[in-house]
Design a protein around this ligand. Structure first.
Ligand code: F6R
Length: 364
């Protein structure tokens, strides 16, 4: 349970200057609570029978869906499409399959409007909400809860990693119920997810490195985040977090797309953060990264133990996060949150209430 005063001592005696920083620290408890809330939840027959899902959400919640998509598709052998709620609500295309509505608040107007299109077509909806007593929490046919606890800071932090966990557990449960997908992957992923509280604790301990990098980024006008697969989605989340907290122009891009235009912005010293895991996909993202390094970019690779050696051969700096490639989205998310937080602190911004933003966006 989050307390209203960020300065109030936690059980471990720690106090924080901001809600956002406290909520970053709360991720181990939040993830354990999400797992506890999901225990024993069964999937209804129409969900088990479905092989095509559409994730609909906004902002960080959409990026959580995009980051988890690969794991769900592999674990369950189903297709997961992604839709930006504010765009989907006005599309002419008829909804198909089952919608997964991801929303921390459960009150986002665009996501509710997109949900209405599925309901009007007589199709089921799954609500992944943190606030159970919300429009989406009350009206979705199935609620698959994200029990991250109250989030006060405007920027999504613990709710993002809890959404990732809820989505991956959904993929595992779906694959098991359907008997489709990669069973060996499910077993490995489920075991890796059990270890997340420890991984997030260790990732938070990388704070001094995030702070040093933040001091440098604070002096930049822009930053680029790149990756492939889930790394591309996490790059977008890292860029969103940096821009909303520090007001620095930041862009997250799939690294394979850089050569189709964005590489033109690279100059000598441009900071590029590469989200890369130590798995079979790493060689491709590093090949894309070396193309930007050849144009003068300063590459900072975020990786795991299995990816550190290859990353260090390409990047100017390599940051090795705890855990293996399966939990890398979580460990890297924590680091990116700390990076954005400290950049905003260096620049003297109101971290908990960034300008022009609201926690719950109830207008179109
Ligand atoms: C970014 C952030 C927003 C929200 C978005 C959706 O840190 O918090 O991008 O993710 O406004 O909000 P929910 O999840 O409440 O639907």
């Amino acid at each position: 349970q989050t307390v209203a005063d960020p300065m109030a001592a936690r059980e471990d005696g720690r106090r924080f200057a901001h809600h956002t920083r406290r909520e970053i620290a709360e991720q181990p408890e939040a993830l354990a609570a999400t797992d506890a809330a999901l225990k024993g939840l069964a999937l209804p027959p129409d969900v088990v029978a479905c092989d095509r899902f559409t994730v609909i959400a906004c902002g960080s919640s959409l990026f959580a869906g995009a980051t988890a998509r690969e794991a769900i598709e592999r674990a369950a052998g189903v297709t997961v499409d992604l839709e930006i709620a504010s765009e989907f609500r006005d599309r002419a295309a008829p909804p198909r399959g089952i919608a997964i509505l991801i929303s921390q608040s459960g009150e986002t107007a665009d996501t509710i409007a997109a949900m209405a299109r599925f309901r009007a077509a007589g199709l089921s909806t799954i609500g992944m909400v943190n606030v159970r007593e919300s429009v989406i929490g009350r009206t979705a046919e199935l609620v698959w809860p994200i029990s991250a606890g109250q989030e006060i800071g405007v920027a999504a932090t613990k709710s993002f990693t809890a959404q990732l966990l809820a989505l991956m557990r959904f993929g595992i449960a779906l694959g098991e119920a359907r008997g489709t997908g990669d069973a060996a992957f499910r077993t490995r992923l489920a075991r890796a997810l059990d270890d997340l509280p420890r991984i997030c604790t260790e990732a938070e301990a990388m704070e001094p490195i995030a702070r040093i990098l933040a001091e440098r980024i604070a002096g930049e006008e822009e930053a680029l985040f790149i990756g492939r697969g889930w790394g591309a989605a996490l790059a977008q989340e890292g860029a969103l977090k940096l821009k909303e907290l520090s007001y620095i122009r930041a862009e997250g891009y799939p690294s394979g797309e850089l050569k189709h235009g964005p590489i033109a912005v690279i100059r000598e010293g441009s900071p590029v953060i590469v989200c890369t895991p130590g798995d079979a996909g790493q060689a491709k993202v590093l090949a894309n990264a070396s193309a930007v390094a050849a144009r003068g970019a300063h590459l900072v690779a975020l990786t795991d133990v299995g990816g550190a050696e290859a990353a260090a051969a390409t990047a100017a700096e390599t940051i090795t996060m705890p855990g293996d490639a399966l939990v890398a989205p979580f460990a890297q998310a924590v680091f990116l949150q700390l990076l954005a937080y400290h950049t905003a602190v260096v620049l003297g911004h109101d971290v908990d209430r960034p300008r022009n933003l609201a926690k719950s966006v109830t207008v179109e």
